[in-house]
Ligand binder design. Sequence first.
Ligand SMILES: [Ca+2]
Length: 212
Amino acid sequence: MKKTLIALVIAFGASVASAAPLVGYTVQASTGGGSLSGSLTLLSDGNLPTDGSAAASASNVYWNGTGKSFIFDFGAVFALTELQFSLDSNDDYSFVFKAEDGTALSTKSIARTADTRNGGMYSSLLQFDPIAARSVVLSATGGRNPYALGEIAFFGTLWTAPITSGGTMDQAPTVPTGPTPGAAQAVPEPGTLALLAGGLAIAGLRLRKRRG
Ligand SMILES: [Ca+2]
């Protein structure tokens, strides 16, 4: 029981320390460009195919031709910092990060690897400066049939737009009451008063001496 609790605390701590993988986003595949082998839920089921395993296996979504594209819609803008993927190693793929209005912000190209097995799945992790994206469009851009996706995971946090000038305030700022700082400064400090009194006393003594 205790061990379970400790493990839970450690697991929770670890997930807080780094950006969490995005969950609950929708994936949509283009209707053109060949039919898919299986459900798109395979892309986010947490199962990372073994490196070198066959592209055309039940753990993957695979298809023929480069005309296919996949849209990952996060439902809101996220500051993405990492991308984990499992792809067929004898193909080229591109990830296009898009803004809320569909503008392309950045493209990450994954070139085919010099894989002597002539294909087979491989996975890797890309890390980059935050990209505030609403969606990502993935497509195969070159290689040979079949094209395959094993697992695609995005890491990031919900994007909060920085406050910019030009907005209106909800209410007028309150004016602080009480003595103003300027008035308080006008009162001489005790040290100043002592010096002043000392000066006056010396002046008075000198006057007395002159008269005397
Ligand atoms: Ca291939």
